[in-house]
Design a protein around this ligand. Structure first.
Ligand code: ADP
Length: 318
């Protein structure tokens, strides 16, 4: 049986400036350093998954990673396609839009590693159901397929993918970022949802600050029909809760590191989680694996540039 991860989402070019502080409205901050990287939550998660989907000594499994996206007919789109090829990502369902430019993100990072991001979606805003339908039609082993989605592409396309994946017996994981209110009927089709604290608050109206409030938010999401809830809690790790499971909910700690840039931490976490699930790991083990991978990503500057390869993650003890 060949496991597959299908990431459906955005591809952007990230223009990153690291400076002493983030500018307030109307303020100019001078003295930063500049980096340009391919990014976008979808692309970041696809690259994270591809770098981690190597044959591992402990599982022997090696999922393929396919990315479904739209790029513009411009230099950024071509660079992104080349990057996906270098990373070993299957890209036959990535379209080049004739009219819209590739997506661009402007990212500021301060000296503490906090970030602030503006995105011009461009071609990402035209990822449609037809494209998703084509991609999902190619899947021959739904039971061993994990679909990973975020919210940087049109909501109707995301909702269509969730429903189709569910109906065909695939496990659908939604990283509900950036935060948006979602249709409860669609939430009930998910295998798992992976909000951070802000996103969990938007979805549940519960302010998540610690393990107790994470448990309350997870319970709320269970009552909305989501069987598995993983709330990422930054440096504290991730809270994992499965409805009706023998495994009790738990806060799985993040390995302690010195963070320099948290830009793609959530993306790294989600790509890693999808790979581990596709490999057949139990949810809690997959979350522990994702915490290890994401802890490496925060020690490095940039988005895709910060994403670790499998041997680096396997080298961190449990
Ligand atoms: P997002 O980037 O989406 O806001 P989080 O900040 O919750 O998400 O981070 C996602 C995951 O990245 C966390 O669950 C954790 O595993 C890891 N992580 C984030 N910040 C740190 C940190 N300072 N040290 C170690 N791991 C971290």
């Amino acid at each position: 049986m060949s496991a597959t991860v299908f990431v459906i989402g955005s591809s952007n070019t990230d223009m990153v400036i690291k400076a002493s502080k983030l500018p307030a409205p109307g303020e100019t901050v001078i003295g930063g350093t500049f980096l340009m990287n391919p990014g976008g939550k979808g692309a970041n998660q696809a690259v994270a998954a591809a770098r981690l989907a190597l044959i591992s000594s402990d599982t022997g499994a090696s999922p393929t990673v396919t990315f479904v996206a739209n790029v513009g007919n411009d230099v950024f789109g071509r660079q992104a396609l080349q990057q996906f090829e270098r990373e070993g990502i299957r890209s036959e369902f990535i379209s080049t839009d004739a009219d819209e430019p590739s997506g661009v993100a402007l990212i500021g990072v301060d000296s503490r590693g906090e970030n602030s991001i503006m995105v011009a979606s461009g071609a990402n805003a035209r990822l449609d159901q037809h494209q998703v339908a084509n991609a999902l039609a190619s899947i021959s082993e739904p039971a061993s397929t994990v679909i990973l989605l975020q919210l940087e592409t049109p909501l109707p396309t995301v909702e269509y993918a969730i429903r189709q994946g569910y109906e065909r017996g695939m496990r659908v994981v939604l990283n509900p970022a950036p935060a948006q209110v979602l249709d409860p009927a669609v939430l009930a089709c998910l295998y798992a949802i992976t909000p951070n604290e802000t996103e969990a608050e938007l979805l549940t109206s519960i302010r998540v600050t610690d393990e107790t409030t994470a448990r309350q938010a997870a319970q709320h999401l269970h009552t909305m029909g989501v069987p598995n809830v993983v709330i990422t809690l930054g440096a504290r790790g991730a809270y994992v809760s499965s409805a009706g499971s023998d495994t009790p909910p738990a806060l799985l700690p993040a390995p302690p590191v010195t963070a320099v840039d948290t830009t793609a931490a959530g993306d790294c976490f989600n790509g890693a989680l999808a790979v581990a699930l596709a490999e057949g790991k139990a949810l809690a083990d997959a979350v522990a694996f994702a915490c290890k991978a994401a802890s490496i990503s925060v020690t490095r500057l940039g988005a895709q540039a910060s994403l670790p390869h499998r041997p680096e993650v396997d080298a961190i003890p449990l």
